[in-house]
Design a protein around this ligand. Structure first.
Ligand code: ADP
Ligand code: MG
Length: 256
């Protein structure tokens, strides 16, 4: 049975999509069966997995509106070694359309349950908001992975996310927990980043992943080739860090 993780942080540009596609590719590389679900209408995780969002006939939008199953809508990214349930601009409409329907926050959960035995991991790339789409992601997840930059305001934004997760935990999904905070775009030469990193460990202890993702230009270049850094340049520091993170995740789920 697949373990399902949301990659969430309501801030934009913090590394959610980079984390999702590279963790997916890293997990595939170490032999895990992975479904990557793009829940962001920007479709960056779809494109970054080598799937052209403009050419998709069925997307996660159709799944949320129950006009297609995951089995029908998923596509294989051969280059990346994982399956993709893609998204494009159409998904922005789901936010409004879902308001009217029944079980609106459970749609994704029910749909993913049908393919749970096909995968070891499902990773959900969330949009930069605490919207109905993110709520759908949080409702089906066993855990939330929170990528964060070690900057001065990093902890401030975390409060809203932690409160949302607590509410979802209490009302909709008692499995949900923050599985971990992932330090990303880390530059050890910057003293402030080291200090914030230390503060994170003091505050959140074992909730902070051991792996640290460095700032690495290869990770930033990879999306323009439609690939995760892990596939684009496996020998780069960034790719190696994500493979190490994949191994850490495989260890973590053993206790779940
Ligand atoms: P989000 O999905 O949270 O909006 P992205 O994953 O799209 O964030 O990352 C924002 C930008 O930062 C992108 O241009 C991405 O290529 C770049 N980026 C992300 N992680 C790294 C990293 N470790 N090193 C260098 N650039 C990164
Ligand atoms: Mg993104």
């Amino acid at each position: 049975m697949a373990k399902i993780f949301c990659v969430a942080n309501q801030k934009g540009g913090v590394g959610k999509t980079t984390t999702t596609v590279n963790l997916a590719a890293g997990l595939a590389l170490v032999g895990q069966r992975v479904l990557m679900v793009d829940l962001d209408p920007q479709g960056n995780a779809t494109m970054g997995s080598g799937v052209d969002k403009r050419k998709l006939e069925l997307t996660v939008y159709d799944v949320l509106l129950e006009s297609a199953s995951v089995m029908e809508a998923r596509v294989r990214s051969e280059k990346c070694g994982y399956d993709v349930l893609g998204a494009n601009r159409e998904l922005a409409g789901a936010e409004v359309e879902l308001v009217e329907v029944e079980r609106r926050e459970k749609r994704l959960k029910l749909a993913l349950a049908e393919v749970a035995t096909d995968y070891d991991f499902m990773l959900i790339d969330c949009p930069p908001s605490l919207s109905m789409l993110t709520l759908n992601g949080l409702c089906c997840a066993h855990g939330v992975i929170v990528p964060m930059q070690c900057e001065y305001f990093a902890l401030e934004g975390l409060t809203d996310l932690v409160n949302t997760i607590k509410q979802v935990h209490a009302n909709l999904n008692k499995d949900l927990q923050i599985i971990g905070l992932l330090r990303v775009m880390f530059d050890p030469r910057i003293t402030l980043q080291q200090q914030v990193s230390e503060q994170l460990k003091e505050h959140f202890a074992e909730k902070v992943f051991n792996t640290v993702i460095p700032r690495n230009v290869r990770l930033a270049e990879a999306p323009s080739y439609g690939l995760p850094g892990v596939v684009f340049d496996p020998s780069s520091k960034g790719a190696q860090a994500f493979v190490a993170f994949a191994e850490e995740m495989v260890e973590r789920i053993k206790g779940m």
